[in-house]
Design a protein around this ligand. Sequence first.
Ligand code: ATP
Ligand code: MG
Length: 352
Amino acid sequence: MAKKTSFFKKLTEIFSEDIGIDLGTANTLVCAKSQGILISEPSVVAMNLKTDEIFAIGRSAKEMLGKTPKHIEAIKPLKDGVIADYDMTEKMLKNFLQKVKKRKFFGSQRVIICVPAGVTHVEKRAVQEVVREAGAREALLIEEPMAAAIGAGLDIFRPDGYLIVDIGGGTSEIAVISLGGIVITSSLRLAGNKIDEAIINFVRKVHNVNIGEQTAEEIKIAVGSAMRLEEVKTMVVNGRSAITGLPCNFEISSREVEPVVGDICDQIVDEIKAILEQAPPEISADINKRGIVIAGGGALIPNIDKKFAKLLNLPVTISENPLNAVINGIYKVLENYEEYKDVLVTEIQEYN
Ligand SMILES: Nc1ncnc2c1ncn2[C@@H]1O[C@H](COP(=O)(O)OP(=O)(O)OP(=O)(O)O)[C@@H](O)[C@H]1O
Ligand SMILES: [Mg+2]
């Protein structure tokens, strides 16, 4: 009998897959051991309220935001880096995990999932619980800036201080890392979504036009910058006139958008300065030599590296493939579990 159990256990180990999840406010990415990144989709769920079934998920659901008829509701289940709608997060994760598990016979055995640094105990529990409800046996947590640092290729185990900034959709995570641990960290609820909101307000005030979140994000990506671009970029924006209430369009230029984006970047820099002031002198010296690394979607804002370098007087590097830095870090932990297991958040819960 004992032999049978161990044979079964072995089989489970062979067929079950260790999975990594970057559950982000804007995007959710899933990777599986030995297989790489399998899913990269916006964190959006559209529900059919008549049938209580999922109508769309990910990219197709995002396209529906702000355009749904009464019986369909498109929801972003995460806000500011944490779960805002538990049921929808569970539905979304279940759907993604089912897609990943298609090829396998057994359930996943270990899931490593990121949480913003410094979230509350209750918020961490909620993430572990939602992963369990979505079908995992064991949910291990890693702090987002730690995953980003590993994914950005920093040698986190060295006795050298590194400063990483992960600018996502909901939060900007700032962390000083040395000897495989986080020395100081701050999670600022000011990132891509706040830039979109600021663009909506700017367009309403200056152009008298109401636009939605999607359009604001398109403006940010097409003509936004942290500092003045050499060439002027323009874009035609469609919206609803705040004066006539009718559909209208107007042209917006990078010169107008730059101060809006720049203002939020300034606020992130202020928080980085506050972190640097708390850093022990030896670590300050390391950061002065190595500079800082930016990851997350916000790293793609043109000239953000120049702006940070100018305001902080430090070298600034953009992580390779910044949107994937966190999931690449989680993947590295999955692949080299024994080497990296101590970087996980220690509050571990095992499920049967
Ligand atoms: N080219 C670009 N220029 C500027 N911003 C961009 C660009 N591409 C993506 N973004 C922004 O990056 C953000 C998404 O980044 P990311 O996927 O790292 O966030 P997330 O991990 O889902 O969020 P969080 O970590 O805060 O929970 C969005 O606000 C998006 O608009
Ligand atoms: Mg993120």
